[in-house]
Design a protein around this ligand. Sequence first.
Ligand code: SF4
Length: 453
Amino acid sequence: MQSTTGQSKKTFAVATLGCKVNKYDSQVIIEQFQNNDLNIVDFSQRADIYIINTCTVTKKSNKESRRLIRNAFKKNSKARIIVTGCYAQNSPQEILRIEGVSLVINNKDKSRIFKEYQSFCQKKEKISLPRSNFHKTSLIKDFSQKSRAFVKIQDGCNQFCSYCIVPFVRGRSCSKPINDIQEEIDLLTAKGFKEIVLVGINLGQYGKDISSSIDLPKVIKKLCQHPKLYRLRLSSINIPDISEELIDLVAKDSKICKHLHIPLQSGSSFILKKMNRGYTSKEYEKLINYLKSRVPGIGITTDILVGFPGEEDVHFNETYELVKELKFSRTHIFRYSPRPYTKACLFLNKVPDKIKKQRSDTLKELSTQNMIYFMEKHKEERVKVLIEEYKPSLKLYFGYSSNYIRVGVRSLRTIVGKIIEVSVKEIKKDYMVGELLPSISILSSYLFCFFFE
Ligand code: SF4
């Protein structure tokens, strides 16, 4: 590939770890480098510049971040390796000691990463940038090869759960102005994205830093009026932030996906208090049952943290029983690991790794049973699926329904990026196989004949 000056274009590759917010941030980074005439290549390929957008939520995330840095160096020892994200924010000196790392950029400077790279190239010395005060990001216009795009509307967190390092590495909650969100959605819907996922570190805190009259339901209401927006999905939201107004919106507005991700973390009120989560297990249970009654068919997904210091069998059993009763459609299970600066680091009665693993395995089994139960309930239903990709090995197109069931469907024509109506029939491992409803399948057969006659 040649640049406009006739020289070969430089290439760059990006690897992203961690949450949806990090994935959004990576898109901001990609667009900065592309706008400066660099070519993106896959992270598995040789590149001139590697950018690793790291995570530090568990010890495992740090390890994986280091592995990616070493991989980049192995692929091209002359490449510029730039490391950013939460691990970079927390341990810049540790990262700078890894062979090949040229530049470490903290979270708040991600939005000007290309400029930092340019000034590094002039100075050519290993640097870790100091923290700046505010991280206003530029707006994205695209989202790497997906039919749904993430829009970050909030960053940082004020909650300080006792196990969580995030407030220390992402700072206090700050919200994107509503006009910027609207502009970003204009750009993405014009590009053909049918579903927008609103992402944030603690989405429910949206607006509180701007004005007491602005909150999440208000921004959702406004966005749902967008004429080209077909679907709006919310990422993770905590129980104390789920208001009656929000439930009403999810129940009544057809553009809002019937799916909420609501972290539980533990089914024991004793552990929840030690975690500083701000709710009891009873409050959680009550709200989920209420949500199910207000929004029939809603998919509720959750996170559980096992092996928190002081978690005895009796507390774990409370978690198990609650997960069994609430039948989440998907459950992400994490094992506790002490993170620097957090209160829980100092807590006594650490749970041995072997027990953490046993508890995690037990919950994983239950989580699979719950997922199957949820899919069984929706068998033979007609659902609308936004198709995201084609898997040649299975000869199926895949996408998600509004309530977040992964659905695979056969089609003779390319349907990536389309919303199609499907009757879901069969359960496979972690997805359902559906049949295209007549209008589409007849049309696709017709097109098939037309092309091959
Ligand atoms: S709500 Fe708790 S777990 Fe979530 S980012 Fe904030 S401190 Fe961490």
